[in-house]
Design a protein around this ligand. Structure first.
Ligand SMILES: [Zn+2]
Length: 203
């Protein structure tokens, strides 16, 4: 999972002329609008889709080879690509980062992060054959039993929260879908930072 490169929209992707922020007629918020062809460039949240890959009683974690949080442990995941379903995106990221094929067991946790205009979705999944490896963005991949989880070395709060829910739910075998909002004080209501459609927008 790579970090989104947040860059302002400066030029129209339709005609190449400069854009400016204005409220289009009939709208209620500022958008980037082209000065020449009047195309409105809408900015919408990005989806980060992830797996909780499990083999027997262990969970597969990856140690990050990239910033941010290089060297810390994460569940495999990244930005959903155009044309993918959310689970297929999570499975693809699991292959890319952990070289593991997975069978899905359904949606598990959803986190809204409005301050960075991102939505995280985690799917429970089984590692096929218990086979895994090391992808390009990964230093090390390992299956952890619950007492071995490196809680102090997890990369992101959404990872800690998902794993905590998982180990709490596991004894009952019931894994309800959980939706949480991660609200950063002072950031809510701030217009989302515009992000380019290219330029390495991966997390
Ligand atoms: Zn234009």
């Amino acid at each position: 999972m790579r970090e989104a490169i947040i860059a302002p929209v400066n030029y129209c992707s339709s005609c190449g002329e400069p854009v400016s922020k204005q409220v289009p007629p009939g709208d209620d918020r500022e958008r980037f609008v082209c000065s020449a062809c009047a195309t409105i460039h809408y900015e919408n949240p990005k989806i980060v889709t992830c797996c909780v890959p499990v083999f027997e009683d262990r969970v597969l974690l990856c140690r990050r080879a990239i910033e941010p949080r290089r060297g810390l442990w994460t569940l495999p995941g990244g930005f959903l690509e155009t044309g993918e379903t959310v689970f297929n995106g999570a499975a693809r990221e699991t292959w890319e980062e952990a070289r593991a094929r997975v069978d899905g067991d359904g949606l598990y946790t959803v986190f809204n992060l409005p301050h960075i205009s991102q939505i995280y979705m985690f799917f429970r999944a089984r590692v096929v054959g218990g086979r895994y490896g090391i992808g390009e963005e990964t230093l090390e991949t390992r299956l952890f039993r619950e007492p071995e989880i490196p809680w102090d070395e997890l990369a992101f709060p959404v990872i800690s929260k998902t794993l905590a829910h998982y180990f709490r739910d596991r004894p009952s075998g019931v894994f309800p879908v959980r939706v949480e909002d991660i609200i950063i004080q002072g950031a809510v209501g701030t217009p989302p930072m515009p992000a380019g459609q290219d330029g390495g927008t991966r997390r």
